[in-house]
Design a protein around this ligand. Structure first.
Ligand SMILES: NC(=O)c1ccc[n+]([C@@H]2O[C@H](COP(=O)([O-])OP(=O)(O)OC[C@H]3O[C@@H](n4cnc5c(N)ncnc54)[C@H](OP(=O)(O)O)[C@@H]3O)[C@@H](O)[C@H]2O)c1
Length: 290
């Protein structure tokens, strides 16, 4: 299969590139393919004639989306709409990503793909609009994968590094840390996500539509931080703090763990978040070397 990958420098994009696969992956630089430019998307797709486009690009700095709502809609909705239209016209499959933040957080069991959405901030609203746009323009070609709390070996430059690496950096200078216990999430290893995405596109029964894909299980950011420090044997103490799902004026879902209902039906099973975290820490920091 020939795959055109958008976002090669990102956590997920670089993890997909790092996978051993028989597929041909073409991964242009952002200077060659900017999803905000329809002409550059058309040029890249017509120049490479892929079977599948995997788009990992997004504007996903959540507080920044409140400050730049037009940019949020340009990247997360209009660009996705255009990409979907280009793919549908050329009979190319599109795999693109979305977020747990399309949900409002009122549930206490993991959200299924068909659960009611209710985003609480511009970021989630722009992503949900992107989902609708992709499905409206390419109902037979677009697969949307919602994921959550990604951390990958390349870090996330757009967010100033990923959550795990930031907590490890914190532990170098901070002995007592407060961490949110008011959001329940499904943190996900970008490497596990990359493997599962490739399994999905290889699967003969993959249909267009919305899928959830996260490491199994759920935890608060407080519990996740405690697990990082336990596994790394760092002595920074972590205290849970309930901020009521708020960052200043902006609301975040208090509960947004996702259930991998549809990928399980394809026989794709994701590892538990704790197992994923342990592998990540070992690969990046050499957990079992001492
Ligand atoms: N990270 C999370 O916690 C999280 C949670 C839920 C969902 N997701 C979704 O999962 C997907 C992958 O996330 P990630 O963490 O891998 O993201 P990431 O590390 O921020 O990588 C994004 C990639 O897209 C590129 N990009 C950004 N804007 C672009 C544009 N206009 N045109 C072309 N390329 C552009 C970036 O290039 P530069 O290097 O030039 O910036 C980078 O290579 C995204 O859709 C994201 O929203 C992520």
């Amino acid at each position: 299969m020939k795959i055109l990958l958008i976002g090669r420098t990102g956590q997920l994009g670089s993890s997909i590139l790092a996978e051993r696969t028989n597929h041909t992956i073409i991964a242009p630089a952002r200077s060659e393919l900017d999803i905000e430019s329809m002409a550059s998307c058309e040029r890249a797709i017509d120049g490479s004639c892929p079977d599948v486009v995997i788009n990992t690009a997004a504007f996903h700095n959540v507080p920044q989306c409140e400050i730049e709502p037009l940019k949020a809609f340009d990247v997360n909705c209009i660009a996705i709409r255009n990409l979907a239209a280009i793919c549908a016209k050329r009979n190319v499959r599109l795999i693109t990503f979305s977020t747990d933040y399309v949900f409002g957080g009122e549930k206490r069991t993991p959200y299924r793909e068909d659960d009611r959405t209710g985003p609480l901030q511009i970021y989630g609203i722009s992503r949900l609009a992107g989902e609708f746009s992709a499905l409206a323009m390419a109902p037979d070609h677009a697969t949307i994968i919602r994921t959550c709390g990604l951390y990958g070996l390349s870090g996330a430059n757009s967010k100033g590094g990923n959550f795990v690496d930031k907590r490890i950096a914190d532990a170098k200078t901070i002995k007592k840390l407060e961490m949110g216990s008011d959001q329940v999430v499904s943190p996900t290893h970008a490497g596990d996500l990359a493997k599962a995405v490739l399994q999905m596109i290889e699967h003969p029964q993959l249909t267009p539509g919305i899928y959830h894909l996260v490491n199994e299980g759920e935890c608060t950011w407080f519990e996740f931080t405690r697990a990082i420090y336990e596994l790394m044997e760092l002595d920074t103490s972590v205290t849970p703090v309930d901020r009521g799902g708020r960052s200043g004026e902006m609301r975040r879902p208090r509960y947004s763990a996702l259930a991998n209902v549809k990928v399980r039906e394809l026989g794709i099973v994701m590892p538990h978040w704790r197992n994923a975290l342990e592998r990540y820490l070992d690969d990046k920091y050499g957990l079992h070397n001492t």
